[in-house]
Design a protein around this ligand. Structure first.
Ligand SMILES: [Fe+2]
Length: 405
């Protein structure tokens, strides 16, 4: 069990007394109610896309990441496609909404000009594995007054997922499920199969990833970053800490981009590949004041165009270099060069250096998920997710792209 008072918070972003008062109280409540012992790691992520895009989105993940396509199933008017790395790292579920009725994703997306163009595409949320769902629901519903999409049934099937209503701060939901088997399984009404043409595209995509030797270098999801409004920053973090077993690790001010990057981590000892970090990015001052500060506004500009939503998934890259070390050609440089040759598009070039601690890059936004893929290589066991210089360059590159796409 972690002694929360001993956690030394990193970074230079200032937080209010309000934030620290409730941070303390949330950790105390979690400890008293043994919530950290009940909630375990993230079991899977859910990304919704429209049906016409499902095959292409799966191909993107197969070609750009180490995940494999496992199987598909239908459950309650939603079709899911399971992408898996192994039994320890969270799965990724690509979801299609088969209902003719408009869901909350449609209404969230209708609020902003760019998201309105793709009303069915959105990252839905992450599902945590729990040891005792009934007990957790009792605390979350009765004491914490958390609102769920449906009340927890008295009797529920194995693998039932208990989803919160979307957060007003992030527009994402958190799911909880008990895992009945050692292997990851899902509650399904029926299995579903792609046709031979789709399966051939999957094979081609994965073969390309493997033939380029990217399987030696690219790791599963390391962190996932949500963009929110400046006035929601502290509340979004605190809310997340009331719903999970994550801890506030630290926050860095990216002053010249009028932004900050705030990281919550599972500090129970598992690496990010098993328990990815959750990042929140927000403007320092609201967009409408930026002109008075003479500062750019890439973060809140994104939120105004696309709504509160997940901005990127970051994939880890193994530490190391290729060829003569003096040439400084690192694994991430190789990965990005191979993907560029395969027509994947990136924003800017690989940023940072091993002297600074890590190298990273953003891809262009996927048309099929509206998500950016980041590749991140930490050098010599660097303990962090960015350097201030890197994140300023990444934020600027993504902001420039939002203005032209
Ligand atoms: Fe990132």
């Amino acid at each position: 069990m972690i002694e929360y008072s001993k956690i030394k918070i990193k970074g230079d972003k200032k937080n209010s007394d309000f934030f620290f008062k409730y941070l303390d109280e949330i950790y105390k409540f979690r400890k008293e109610n043994k919530i950290d012992l009940n909630i375990k790691n993230i079991h899977h992520f859910v990304i919704q896309t429209k049906s016409e895009f499902a095959v292409s989105l799966i191909c993107e993940w197969l070609m750009q990441s180490p995940y494999n396509y496992e199987f598909s199933f239908v459950h309650e008017l939603k079709r899911h496609h399971v992408l898996r790395f192994n039994d320890q790292s969270p799965d990724i579920l690509i979801q299609e909404n088969l209902s003719p009725e408009e869901d909350f994703v449609f209404f969230q997306n209708s609020l902003n000009p760019k998201s309105k163009e793709n009303p069915n595409i959105k990252f839905i949320g992450e599902v945590f594995e729990v040891t005792d769902l009934k007990k957790l629901d009792g605390i979350l519903t009765n004491t914490q007054k958390v609102k769920f999409q449906d009340p927890l049934p008295d009797k529920f099937y194995d693998d039932y997922i208990h989803w919160t209503t979307p957060s007003i701060y992030t527009h994402n939901s958190i799911g909880y499920k008990q895992r009945p088997n050692a292997q990851r399984t899902y509650l399904m009404d029926q299995e579903w199969n792609f046709d031979d043409e789709a399966k051939a595209r999957f094979k081609l995509s994965k073969d390309m990833f493997n033939n380029l030797s990217l399987n030696k270098y690219v790791l599963p999801i390391d962190h996932f970053a949500t963009r929110i409004y400046s006035h929601d920053r502290e509340l979004a973090i605190l809310e997340y800490l009331t719903l999970t077993n994550y801890w506030f690790w630290g926050a860095y001010n990216i002053g010249d981009q009028n932004s900050s990057t705030n990281v919550c981590r599972n500090l129970q000892g598992d690496p990010e590949s098993i328990s990815p970090a959750k990042v929140f990015t927000a403007n320092n001052t609201p967009a409408f004041l930026s002109f008075l500060d003479g500062l750019p506004c890439p973060t809140e500009n994104f939120v105004q165009l696309y709504g509160r939503r997940l901005h990127h998934f970051a994939l880890g890259v193994t530490d190391g270099f290729i060829g003569d070390e003096s040439k400084n050609y690192r694994n991430v440089d190789y990965v990005v060069d191979q993907l560029k040759n395969s027509h994947m598009q990136f924003l800017d070039h690989v940023i940072g250096s091993c002297q600074e601690g890590l190298k990273q890059i953003f891809s262009k936004k996927s048309a099929h998920s509206l998500l950016i893929t980041e590749y991140i290589q930490r050098c010599n066991e660097f303990d962090g997710f960015f350097t201030k210089e890197n994140v300023a360059a990444l934020t600027k590159a993504a902001g420039d792209d939002d203005l032209i796409t």
